[in-house]
Design a protein around this ligand. Structure first.
Ligand code: TXA
Ligand code: MG
Length: 353
């Protein structure tokens, strides 16, 4: 494929001519990466099977892992889904547009490839003017997984998308860094009580306020690989967020982990290995390693969510052999951060008692 076109688009006031250029690509079955409030997505017309197939192939994504379908109107949910429960309607009313994906029983109008042969479909309405105008203008529901190569950290800037997908997709709409930094929360509404399959930008605490019986799937907090029979979402079984370097996650409070991380660093450096540390604002001056970067403040986990995927890429680009990352508390957005860091580490977790 030829060089990917990159168009800068104002996130608050998208230029209609640029949106139209992107829309035309979607309508003729092409691939456009676009910003959302969580991470950049790679979009294709969800009802065009060959466009969706091209999407899987551009990302090198396994065909058994379906993308999320993005809509701009709640009405479209009733065309894509077979059953929409009262609880789902409540959640849509409260959280859409926003970082919440709902899984429904799928209507027969949706091509099999779009849902990877499942009888359910994952749908969300993103809270970003560029994403919403692209969906509205094209008149399509847009299938959009995160716009990274499969297995890599999700892209929070257009540059990350370009690094992974230049020459493999038609266009990137560049509106700067995304706001939330981790993907949407995925909740299965095809079961009762509803179940969180992936923690994300909408916190469990906030969901419980609206739907008090919502449960967490064991995978969400898993500290080791889950047995195959427990898997409820295809995304649970695939390798994810993995930089080239081995990631080790050290969990505990700032007081309990700093000494442990410095010891580990010395252990690897004595062996001649290059070590990068992902620290936090409160601890970063403590460490001596080849690369030390702060994820953000332990007192403001939204900052950690915003920078986590970018820093995994940045430390990796320094060609370190090992990345040692600090764990953060599991409250609020911390649950999503820890789910991603645990997966990125391949569950190499050390507890700093
Ligand atoms: O924030 C987001 O959700 C971003 C932006 C671009 O919207 N998108 C995103 O998509 O993260 P993706 O494809 O990288 O992740 C979709 C997740 C995967 O874990 C997939 O397995 C799960 O949703 N999923 C999709 N369809 C499903 C279904 N029918 N049942 C259960 N899980 C499903
Ligand atoms: Mg993804």
């Amino acid at each position: 494929m030829k060089e990917t076109i990159v168009l800068k688009v104002n996130p608050e006031n998208p230029d209609p001519t640029k949106i139209r250029a992107a829309t035309q690509i979607i309508q003729r079955g092409g691939l456009v990466a676009f910003p959302t409030e969580t991470v950049y997505g790679l979009g294709a017309d969800a009802l065009n099977p060959s466009a969706v197939l091209a999407l899987f192939s551009a990302k090198k994504r396994p065909l058994d892992n379906p993308p999320i379908v993005h809509v701009a109107r709640v009405n479209d949910v009733y065309k894509l889904a077979k059953e929409v429960s009262k609880k789902a309607e409540l959640l849509m009313k409260e959280f859409w547009p926003g970082p919440l994906t709902l899984v429904f029983k799928c209507s027969s109008t949706v091509p099999k490839v779009t849902v990877a042969g499942l009888d359910t479909i994952a749908i969300r309405m993103p809270k970003h003017k560029v994403a919403l105008s692209l969906i509205k203008e094209s008149g399509c529901s847009i299938a959009a997984p995160s716009a990274n190569l499969a297995g890599k950290p999700s892209p929070t800037t257009a540059k990350h998308v370009y690094e992974d997908l230049n020459g493999r997709i038609d266009m990137i709409l560049d509106s700067g860094a995304t706001n939330i930094g981790v993907e949407s929360t995925v909740v299965d509404m095809s079961v009762d009580p509803p179940m969180v399959l992936r923690p994300g930008g909408t916190t469990f605490e906030a969901l419980k306020k609206v739907t008090s019986d919502v449960k967490l799937h064991p995978f969400v907090e898993a500290e080791s690989e889950l047995p195959l029979e427990k898997i409820r979402s295809p995304g649970m079984k695939h390798k994810h967020y993995a930089p080239k370097a081995q990631v080790i996650l050290v969990e505990g409070t700032a007081e309990t982990i700093t000494g442990k991380i410095q010891d580990l660093t010395e252990f690897y450096r004595v062996k001649g290995e290059k070590v990068g540390i992902l620290a936090t604002d409160e601890t970063q001056t403590f460490y001596k390693a080849d690369v030390v970067k702060s994820l953000g403040s332990r007192l403001n986990l939204a900052t950690v969510a915003q920078s986590m995927f970018r820093l995994l890429r940045e430390v990796d680009a320094e060609n370190v052999d090992v990345i040692i990352a600090e764990g953060v508390p599991l409250d609020g957005i911390g649950l999503a951060i820890m789910n991603r860091l645990r997966k990125a580490s391949g569950y190499r977790i050390i507890k700093g008692e």
